[in-house]
Ligand binder design. Sequence first.
Ligand code: HEM
Length: 160
Amino acid sequence: MQEFFLEYKTFIVFLHVISAVIWVGGMVSMRYAAHPSFIEIESPAKRLERIAHGLKRLFTIVLPFVIILLLTAVVMIKGYGLSQSEYSVLSHAKEGIWSVMFINLIVMMKRRNRASKALEDGNFALAKSQLEFIGKYQVPANILLGVIAIFIGSYFSSLF
Ligand code: HEM
C-alpha cells in the first residue's frame, strides 16, 4: 500500500480534497444560498417540494464523494502509517468525524424520504417538520464537523 500511495500520492490527495470540497461546499451552498431562495416561494406545498427535491439532488451528488473520501483516507492511513505514528489520535479523530458525518447523512436521507412521502400524502405539517430539522440542525452540524476535519487535514499537510 505504501508503494502504491507514494506512486499516486498527488492523485490520491487530490481526490481526497476534491471530495471534501464537493461534500462540504455542497452543503454550504444548499443551506446558505439555495435554501433562503426556496423560502421565498409563497405556496407551502411548492416550497417544501422544491426543498425536498434540492436535497435529493445534493445527497445524490455527494454520496459517491463521501465514499471516495473514506477510500482515499484509508490509503493515506496506510501510506503515511498514521495509526502507528504520533499523529494517530488526530487520525482517529478524523475517522470519527467522517463516521458521524456519514451517519448524519444517512439519517438526513431517510428523513428527506419521509418528508417526500408526507408531501405525496398531503401531510404538509410532517413534511415541514422533517425538512426543518435537516436545515436547522443536521446540515449545519455536518458543515461544522467538515470544517474541523479540513482544519486537521491542513495541519497534516503542513507536516508531511
Ligand atoms: C476518514 C478519516 C480521514 C483521514 C484519515 C484523513 C487524513 C488526511 C491526511 C493524512 C491529509 C493530509 C494529506 C497530505 O497533505 O498529504 C488530509 C488532508 C485533508 N483532508 Fe482528510 N482525512 C480524513 C477525513 C476527512 C474529512 C471527513 C474531510 C472533510 C470533509 C477531510 C478533508 C481534508 C482536506 C480538505 C484536506 C487537505 C488539507 C490541505 O491540503 O491543506 N478529510 N486528510
